[in-house]
Design a protein around this ligand. Structure first.
Ligand code: KIV
Length: 290
């Protein structure tokens, strides 16, 4: 019997997410950066995020700041070609939604033209002008508050946010400001569980937590983190459901050993000449080349 639990085959849309919030149904979201991760995750989760975390997870950068629109387009297109049933959200990278409403609309509109259903962008009240401009152009926006990785230099590192009374109240204000500006959902990252719970119970829109405790309307984890594919420091909120790194290295080391000892490929894994052609080949030598 399979232990793989598949949700409904229902195509996930923004009205569906609104209904799930009313029904109290929790939302599972993960990242996808290419067609392989999209095909693995799509039947099992509700939202696929082409995150700017592609920068540190796949492209070898230390943080998300070097990621640009061209890189996001490349990864989004690969995911979109798989035509996921999950809601497909594309992250707006650093500087793609800061300069002017026109540029923000062009970048986000380009993501929708490439197959995204919605965009996500980081920041609170300061970003409201851009969020309103997008919503006015029928571009659905997911907000992102708390530990926003694009603010790493201002935060002085990847640190839990909202721990003082001032910060906590500002986050609640920001969450409601983003809801009023038209965001259809909010990611809450790296904040105390009690603060995420208060935001979730006072908002009409769903909250998706990452390092924000169990009371959010849903949870998001980076695909490579939850499958144990990332090496190095693992934040405490990351629960790895597989030891993917060791599993894949085990398989590769087995294959390399088989190659070295000559047991790969086997006769069954090889193509054969048609009957009678073996002799013609055996007669041929470099010296009788035509
Ligand atoms: O880029 C990303 O992967 C994200 C999630 C962690 C929410 O923003």
């Amino acid at each position: 019997m399979s232990h793989i639990s598949s949700p409904t085959a229902e195509r996930v849309t923004i009205p569906v997410l609104r209904r799930w919030k009313r029904e109290g149904r929790r939302v599972a979201m993960t990242t996808a950066y290419d067609a392989v991760s999209a095909r693995i995750a799509d039947p099992l989760v509700d939202i696929l995020l082409v995150g700017d975390s592609v920068g540190n997870v796949c492209l070898g950068f230390d943080n998300t700041l070097p990621v640009n629109v061209a890189m996001m387009n490349h990864h989004l297109e690969a995911v979109a070609r798989t035509r996921p049933r999950a809601l497909l959200v594309a992250d707006m990278p650093f500087l793609s939604f800061h300069l002017s409403p026109e540029e923000t609309i062009r970048n986000a509109g380009g993501f929708l033209q490439r197959g995204a259903d919605a965009v996500k962008l980081e920041g609170g009240a300061k970003r409201v002008e851009m969020i309103r401009a997008l919503v006015d152009c029928e571009i659905p926006v997911m907000g992102h508050l708390g530990l926003t990785p694009q603010s790493v230099n201002v935060m002085g590192g990847f640190k839990v946010q909202g721990r003082t009374a001032d910060e906590a109240l500002r986050l609640l204000e920001d969450a409601h400001t983003l809801q009023e500006a038209g965001c259809f959902a909010l990611v809450l990252e790296g904040i105390p569980a009690e603060l995420a719970a208060r935001a979730t119970e006072t908002l009409m829109i769903p909250t998706i937590g990452i390092g924000a405790g169990p009371s959010c309307s849903g949870q998001v984890l980076v695909f490579h983190d939850l499958l144990g594919l990332t090496a190095g420091h693992r934040p405490k909120f990351v629960r790895a459901y597989a030891d993917g790194f060791r599993l894949l290295q085990g398989a590769l080391s087995h294959w390399a050993a088989d190659v070295r000892e000559g047991s790969y490929p086997s006769p069954d894994e090889s193509y054969r000449l048609a009957e009678g052609l073996g002799e013609a080949i055996a007669q041929w030598t470099p010296s009788n080349r035509t």
